[in-house]
Design a protein around this ligand. Sequence first.
Ligand code: C2E
Ligand code: CA
Ligand code: CA
Length: 729
Amino acid sequence: MLTSLGHPSRPRFLLRIVLPFAAVAVTLNVIAAGFLYWSTAEADRISTDRQRALVDLVISQLRETVAHDQESVTVWDDAVDGVRRRDLGWIDVNLGSWMNSYFGHDGAYILDPHDEPIYASIDGGAVDPTKLYDIWSRAGPLASNLRRRLRDVDEEGISDQVLSIGASDIAVAGGRPAIVSVKPIVSDSGEIEQVAGEEYLHVAVRYLDGTLLQELQDSYLLDGLRFSWDDAVAADEAASPLTGSAGNVMGYYIWRPYRPGSIVFGSVWPILVGLFVTGMAVLSVLLLVLRRRSLSLNRSQAEIRHLAWHDGLTGLPNRVHFEHRLQEAVTTAADRDQTMALLYLDLDRFKEVNDTLGHPAGDMLLREFSERLRRAVDPADAVARLGGDEFTIILRNVDSEEAIEQLCSKLVESARHPFHLSNTQIFVGVSIGVAVGRAGEVDAIDLTRQADMALYAAKKNGRSGYAVFTPDMETLLTERRELERDLRKALDLPEQFQIHYQPLFEAKSKKLVGVEALLRWQHPVRGAVGPDVFIPLAEEAGLIDRLGEFVLRGACIAACGWPVETLAVNASAVELANPAYAMRVTNILLATGLSPNRLELEVTETAMSDMDGVSRANVAALRKLGVRFALDDFGTGFSSLGRLQQLDVDRIKIDRSFISGFGSGNGDEAIVRAIVDLAKARGLRTTGEGVETAEQSSFLAEIGCDELQGFLMGRPLSQDALQDVFFSE
Ligand code: C2E
Ligand code: CA
Ligand code: CA
């Protein structure tokens, strides 16, 4: 069914569209976040390395500075003189506390040529030089190294800024990290004689912790700078080793490095999270819109498909859809060798309803009928409307042929119930043609043709019934085509046609009052063919106008000299629907000289109830001329007694089926009585048709029926035979 079309289900949409989109979006975001994290970490790393290098640089510059500070007093004649004199007062002022107060040196020592300390001061105060042993652990080797260079007159490193060679290192002094720098005390003028390597030495000590840390922190923004003997650091700290000249690590400077990346990241991440959330929100909205769009697109596609595949009036699948389904049913491999059936349905008397009550009523009938079909048929079986009042049903996987026949009976029965149209109730019926086959063996075209032929046969067998296709139906159809061809030929050779006449009697007096002309066809091969067969054929083949004219002309000529009041001639509804009909009849009357008052045209209800009014106009024009009209076969059509009031006729011919039903106890007598009474009340005359028994005859006479016609009183006779009846005695 088409209802399963369209909408992709929610889980499929989530799986196929939302998930990949979300995955891509999250992956891109993770990559971006990763890249951001990496670049901030890299920025932090570079910045920290820079600060480390800075610390190293500051320390090495400090070593040079200390040495440079020393030169302001060690390259000086007065100092050479002062230390030689061992004037401790002078030494203390100029080489000790001065260095402390002016340059901030933490310690100063003077060594004599034998490296014996003659003076020591710490923090600007003189102390006992012999007590400062720990200085020697480093100053000693430095001093002897320097003396060797002095003796060798190794002047490497001397420049405009550096006036004397020296030796310095990083060492532990007094339990603290320190710069220990040794400089020879030499003459600046060169006028004081000195033995190379035997100079007095000045040792300066500058601690690398304590106040220096504060200075460094302030000058170089080394946040939280401290000195530690080991490199244990907190998460946000960095360590830079303090190494001596020999590469030995003395301890570590530790501080919280400046991390530009983290700072940027810290200020940027809320924005990024915001962007991510917004992005995801926008993506969600877009996906939602996309889903809406695709849903509505699917819907409208389904609608278009539905329109293209369904009949607008009944909502049933249309011809295109039916053909598609039939093809499918015939070829589906899963159904192979299963019995399947195709039903062709055609409403009986639909055209009459349409013509009489109008198209809106016809549409209502079709809708109501399709509703009944839908209810009667399994939803899995496909009902379709091919157009007009033609419907089909495809049955797949049928259990047995009995099942098909049961369904057909059910359908015929359901159509027999009255249909309630806006303000009337009508009785129609349905004829069904059935073709049965095996899926995989039959082909769709054959099946369709067979069902169509079976339908034709069903209609032929009398309406409201069904017929299952049998091969002889094909013969029937061929025969029908041949017959049609022969009929066409016969019209050019009128000797094959003969008009017979059946007498009409007055009911009370049994007097012969008229004749009805009935056409006979003597087929050269088949023999006599009944008008029940060839009249409908002539109507369908468009030959009825010529045939009708032939009968009317012949009958008028024959009847002119006959001693009967009435000549009755049958007129087909197809003839009456021709606007030229009244004119044609008038011409024949003029040409043959038959008085219009003697002619009675027999028409059916169908002809009398046409909507466009052509037939009515023909009837009205001829009645003006004096031609009378009889309503033939009354009671077989769909209309009720009520409609009798509106018909423009002079006589009612009560159908044979009612007369033959007398005595069977189904109330036909009552119906006929009612018809006669009603006709009388309207001033119409009545004829009872098909009177075969004396009982029928006397009953009809008794209830006031005007005329009788039937085998009891007279069969249709040839013109010659009738002539004998009239003129023999
Ligand atoms: P209809 O107009 O109802 O004609 C009466 C039919 O009933 C005739 O059949 C007649 O032979 C038959 N009939 C008369 N009395 C009895 C009876 O007592 N018992 C039985 N069983 N039948 C009786 P027929 O001649 O075979 O004509 C059949 C129908 O063909 C006619 O029915 C009429 O509708 C149509 N028809 C015949 N000739 C013409 C014609 O020239 N033009 C047109 N348009 N239709 C014609
Ligand atoms: Ca008739
Ligand atoms: Ca009749």
